[in-house]
Ligand binder design. Structure first.
Ligand code: ADP
Length: 167
């Protein structure tokens, strides 16, 4: 059985992420979306909130599991009994970092390969950071994230702007 791990911060999950999840779910028998807990960036949403948001947008896909993780990605992949890491590539700027990461992972764990899915062109500009930036000004983010995610992001952005602690 071909099992893949798709790791990331998903702060928040965007339509670009969802596209990669849907496409990899057709290629692999099972895809585990790994939500990174220990992020040097300070996230807008807690890891549990990010897991829940991912669950709500992938509920229609039978072979997707969402799990939080911290520590080394290759250890998480091994614990999941997966053989492949899936990453999305948007532009040449992603490529250099992703190549370095995949080569490093292969050295420390030779049995684990990384496969890259190129972005759907309509999402090639899209990132979680851009979504958060627009939301901070209460802009329209409906073209970038699912409706239920947009509500949460706009509400959290409003809280942050008003200095209210995360609920
Ligand atoms: P990270 O902090 O690990 O980069 P992200 O949540 O930003 O986590 O992204 C997770 C993965 O999804 C990465 O492989 C990234 O390249 C990919 N990705 C992000 N946005 C898009 C998009 N719009 N189209 C395709 N892939 C994307």
């Amino acid at each position: 059985m071909a099992v893949a791990v798709y790791p990331g911060s998903f702060d928040p999950v965007t339509l670009g992420h969802q596209d990669i999840i849907e496409r990899s779910s057709k290629i692999m028998d099972k895809v585990i979306v790994g939500v990174l807990k220990n992020n040097s960036k300070s996230p807008l949403f807690s890891v549990q909130e990010r897991v829940n948001m991912l669950k709500s947008v992938t509920g229609h896909l039978p072979n997707i599991e969402i799990l939080a993780f911290d520590g080394l990605l290759v250890d998480f992949v091994r614990n999941c009994r997966a053989d492949v890491i899936v990453r999305g590539l948007r532009a040449i700027t992603d490529f250099e970092y992703e190549l370095q990461m995949s080569q490093t992972n292969r050295v420390i764990s030779p049995g684990i390969d990384t496969i890259f899915l190129t972005t759907n062109l309509k999402y090639s500009y899209l990132s979680s950071s851009i979504v958060k930036e627009i939301a901070m000004y209460q802009g329209d983010i409906s073209a970038f994230v699912a409706p239920e995610i947009a509500v949460k992001v706009l509400s959290r952005a409003e809280d942050v702007k008003n200095g209210r602690p995360a609920r």
